[in-house]
Design a binder for this molecule. Structure first.
Ligand code: CTP
Length: 407
């Protein structure tokens, strides 16, 4: 039997990037031979094994046929007769369909190296269409390698467009979609992920609420870029430039969804978009079974980002309500993430990317002032239960008034 490295490990080595995961394909072996050598089978259906010592993945060369809708609808054929070329042709992109042996001899029947050099993401064969998740994968690779100059081949875009129109994307499970979305958002150019999905019509299917933002104007005085969709892309871009965590990036993507609902006669103003957007943010959160911390922050940022921007003008009582809504006493990190998302929103405007955001330190200072109100003296004065809560609020309000006056 022969063993080859395949997929991402070969691609990233040729790109001169660090290789983390190594997948291997085994040609000319049977399941029995693998078991006899001590390999551990991964699942009942997949001909995939773990190396007894390194724990790395070894898959028997296989062909695949789609036999139904969705992810379960595949039949595999793995046997010692399946060739390396047959295994490679079922893969998504030419740059992912190369193999190399121990001596670094490259097997590249579908010209992955040529496409690597030309910086092209191109599908290997029509079998691409057998897994609709690949639409998201290609957009994710575009987001990852945009800095190197990669773009999606026209014919691959056509195929992605057909897949988006066919209704196949609806068959994807929430879990598989979220895995791609969350990985893509953490890439260096997450805005490219959204742009590619939009260009092939997949955004309209997956997140119509985000797609609807394109073509919606905002006032040029605050938003020189005008278009709400372009603004959202810039906010995402800023979130990556500033190395924000997933929670913040997710909130950045969804913060303005309400603007997609504004009646045209009110354009370019978006009165109360913070409130109208909440049900849309909730719907997107639920569609992809998004982790709780991401869900929560997206809703809070959606509701309060304009408070963040107006922080310096807020009355002490409104400031207190904001801090209470974030439960800053028990969740200090979440309030920091809110401030970060507001700052990314402010920076995601054309020509204003480098403008300072004094609201951030002002909000931090307000949170500190509220937190510094001590409970002990109130307990000593005999306050208990709900009355203690009220007394604490009064003291915090006093502290915020002093903070505001001295700021
Ligand atoms: N693959 C595919 N279609 C998919 C998933 C995977 O064709 N839907 C193939 C590709 O050849 C890919 C390989 O399986 O290179 C390994 O998949 P995976 O580990 O998910 O991706 P990598 O290419 O290794 O990329 P990453 O760096 O994102 O892990």
């Amino acid at each position: 039997m022969q063993v080859y490295k395949v997929g991402g490990a070969v691609r990233d080595r040729l790109l001169g990037l660090p290789v983390t995961d190594v997948d291997r394909v085994v040609v000319g072996a049977t399941t029995e031979e693998m078991l006899a050598q001590g390999f551990r089978p991964v699942g009942a259906d997949f001909p995939v094994f773990l190396h007894p010592k390194t724990g790395e993945e070894y898959a028997l060369a296989r062909t695949e046929r789609k036999s139904g809708r969705g992810y379960g609808g595949f039949t595999f054929y793995a046997s010692p007769e399946v060739t390396l070329e047959e295994d490679l042709i079922r893969r998504d992109l030419t740059i992912n369909a190369m193999a190399e042996d121990d001596q670094l001899n490259l097997t590249d029947p579908y010209h992955g190296q040529r496409d690597l050099e030309a910086r092209i993401l191109r599908h290997v064969s029509p079998a691409f269409a057998e897994d609709p998740l690949r639409v998201l994968r290609v957009a994710r690779f575009a987001a990852r390698y945009a800095g190197l100059g990669f773009t999606v081949a026209d014919e691959t875009m056509d195929l992605m467009r057909q897949l988006s129109e066919s209704g196949e994307l609806q068959a994807l499970t929430a879990e598989r979609s979220w895995k791609e979305i969350s990985r893509a958002l953490m890439e260096d150019h997450p805005q490219v992920f959204i742009q590619v999905l939009r260009d092939c019509g997949a955004l309209k299917v997956l997140m119509p609420e985000v797609d609807a933002l394109f073509g919606v104007p905002q006032p040029a005085t605050h938003h020189p870029e005008i278009d709400t969709g372009l603004h959202t892309l810039s906010v995402l871009e800023q979130s990556a430039l500033h190395k924000q965590p997933l929670t913040v990036r997710w909130a950045c993507l969804l913060h303005d969804l309400g603007k997609g609902l504004t009646p045209e006669e009110e354009w370019p103003r978006h009165i109360a978009h913070e409130h109208t957007g909440l049900k849309l943010i909730k719907a997107v959160n639920e569609r992809f079974k998004v982790p709780k911390d991401c869900q929560e922050l997206a809703l809070l940022v959606g509701q309060y980002h304009t408070h963040g921007h107006r922080a310096l003008e807020l009355k002490a009582s409104t400031l207190l309500e904001l801090l209470q809504s974030f439960d800053i006493y028990r969740r200090p990190q979440r309030f920091e993430e809110f401030i970060a998302a507001c700052e990314m929103d402010a920076r995601g405007r054309k020509g204003l990317e480098l403008r300072s955001y004094p609201q951030a330190d002002y909000l931090r200072g307000a949170a500190k002032a509220a937190r510094e109100v001590a409970v002990q003296p109130l307990l000593e004065q005999g306050f208990k239960g709900p009355e203690l809560g009220e007394a604490l609020k009064r003291e915090r309000l006093k502290a915020l008034k002093i903070y505001k006056d001295n700021a």
